[in-house]
Ligand binder design. Structure first.
Ligand code: PDD
Length: 286
């Protein structure tokens, strides 16, 4: 049985207990992170903890731990779950209080973390890519915060699945933002393009690494707004996330993307990403 972390203690998942009055349960009042673990190393841990700080600040929950404390908790949790490759989920909610929309006084945040298996991208996806569906982005205007209130994302993802895709690609005010649980890239005439950061999309850690790798390896890449028409005419489309790395989209709204197969730019970037991963070691201090 997996071991989880809850409010200062490690325990079997079945023994973890949270009050039904937790504001995470009642209101979806909390934030989270998902950190990939490769070979026991927490990948880009400093960047994930920085984004956690920003999410907590954005919803006015006090950061319960220093980065060093987080690192200790997470490493212990990874070890207790057997090391190797995992996906570490952590969540901080505002805490437990009688139901009232206003922030309660003197409340302790609830801190929870768990590990799940991290599966490599399926062979079939590597060979053939996935289908995606464009949908109206009807989420709120603080999508840069990684909050646990994901009902719009869940409904959009399910709508995409029901339409035969694996991900929803979201469009707000005539511009493509991101996926329901991923960031978006397109390749056009050899140039990699991703929408600029802002309140309409999550500043993805994988997204930032892809842009860094492009720059470090002399690939042409820039941030620019993307219209649905430009996306439909792209040579390649990719989705990025901590759990799936880089996924080639080969069908968009039932039409082929470019050649209809994962493209050369995706293959190149995936190679660079794998090399970066194998050379990665965690920073000494975070
Ligand atoms: N989701 N955009 C959204 C809305 C996301 O939920 C995610 C990741 C990303 C990619 O961010 P990153 O590269 O930092 O994982 C972009 C995680 C994996 C999830 O909710 O499970």
């Amino acid at each position: 049985m997996p071991t989880v972390y809850l409010n200062g203690a490690f325990m079997p998942e079945a023994d973890a207990r949270i009050s039904p009055l937790d504001r995470g349960f009642i209101f979806g009042d909390g934030v989270y992170e998902v950190i990939p673990v490769y070979n026991g190393h927490l990948f880009r841990i400093a960047e994930h903890l920085q984004r956690l700080d920003q999410s907590l600040q954005g919803v006015r929950i006090t950061q319960p731990h220093s980065h060093a404390q987080w690192s200790k908790i997470m490493h212990e949790l990874v070890d207790l779950n057997g090391g190797g490759n995992q996906s570490l989920y952590l969540q901080v909610t505002r805490g437990v209080a009688r139901r009232d929309h206003a922030f309660p006084a003197n409340i302790e945040p609830t801190v929870f973390a768990m590990c799940s298996p991290l599966e490599p991208l399926a062979d079939d996806i590597r060979r053939h890519g996935v289908a995606a569906v464009t949908l109206d982005d009807n989420r709120w205007e603080n999508c840069h915060l990684k909050t646990i209130a994901l009902l719009p994302n869940i409904l959009l993802r399910q709508q995409a699945l029901d339409a035969g895709g694996v991900e929803a690609i979201l469009v707000r005010d005539g511009e493509v933002t991101e996926g329901a649980a991923s960031n978006l890239f397109m390749v056009r005439d050899g140039c990699l393009i991703t929408p600029p950061k802002g309140p309409c999309l999550l500043p993805g850690i994988t997204r930032d690494l892809i842009m860094e790798l492009a720059q470090a390896n002399g690939l042409s890449a820039r941030e620019a707004t993307i219209t649905p028409g430009e996306l439909a005419a792209a040579d390649e489309i990719w989705l990025s996330s901590s759990t799936k790395e880089i996924v080639p989209v080969t069908r968009l709204d039932e039409a082929a993307v470019g050649s209809g197969q994962p493209g050369p730019a995706w293959k190149r970037m995936t190679g660079l990403f794998q090399t970066y991963k194998s050379n990665y070691s965690e920073p000494g201090s975070i």
